[in-house]
Design a protein around this ligand. Structure first.
Ligand SMILES: Cc1cc2nc3c(=O)[nH]c(=O)nc-3n(C[C@H](O)[C@H](O)[C@H](O)COP(=O)(O)O)c2cc1C
Length: 198
């Protein structure tokens, strides 16, 4: 069993978080954990007209964002299994990005990301902001240098997605690639060099 913690913070992109949690729930060998910040609840209301349960209902374990005594707040939780846990922060607000970059974490989403970094475990931040200020860019660089993967939500049009859902699924596949979680979601393989290319 591999534990994957999905942290949801208050950036735009809640349908992406919902799609990711839905896909993870259907994956064998994966146990999904979820924590949704209070900022994310406000965005969820605006974007989906719903509460956090549309995300948390797909997770095996749900944590409260102010519960700093929860397992993911401690390094030992991350290493309790033979295969250590990984964290996907989807979507990642600039506020949460800045908190994790500075190490001054204030809720469980931020603290869990801080612990993933200090334990040198996989941490992927799917950021959502545009344009980016020098502060945002410096925070991103600090986190990249600390070992995190910064992955702006940037869908590829080369797979010719026919719907928003197709675009979200494609992005989820690329997020899962970052933590080496095998999946059968569609992937771009270039225009040449296929086995059936003459
Ligand atoms: C509808 C809505 C959309 C937002 N979109 C973004 C966004 O895309 N990126 C961002 O950094 N903040 C965005 N914000 C602002 C954050 O939600 C706000 O800074 C919040 O304090 C972040 O809290 P958190 O990082 O603890 O979840 C948005 C807020 C609302 C209400």
């Amino acid at each position: 069993m591999r534990d994957i913690l999905v942290g949801v913070s208050g950036a735009s992109g809640m349908p992406l978080a919902a799609c990711l949690l839905r896909l993870l729930a259907g994956m064998p060998g994966v146990r999904t954990h979820c924590v949704v910040s209070s900022g994310a609840c406000a965005v969820l209301r605006a974007e989906c007209g719903a509460g956090p349960e549309i995300l948390t209902s797909c997770a095996h374990t749900v944590y409260q964002p102010d519960d700093l005594a929860a397992g993911p707040a401690s390094g030992s939780w991350w290493r309790r299994n033979r295969e250590p846990a990984a964290m996907l922060l989807v979507p990642c607000s600039m506020g949460t990005l800045g908190a994790v970059a500075s190490g001054a974490t204030r809720n469980l989403v931020q603290r869990a990301a801080d612990v993933a970094l200090k334990e040198s475990l996989p941490l992927v931040l799917v950021t959502r902001e545009s344009p980016l200020s020098a502060v945002h860019l410096r925070n991103m660089l600090a986190l990249r240098e600390a070992g995190a993967v910064i992955m702006p939500f940037s869908p590829g049009f080369y797979l010719r997605p026919q719907s928003l859902d197709a675009m979200l699924v494609q992005t989820c596949g690329r997020i899962l690639d970052q933590i080496h979680l095998s999946h059968r979601l569609e992937r771009w393989a270039g225009t040449t060099g296929h086995e059936d290319t003459p």
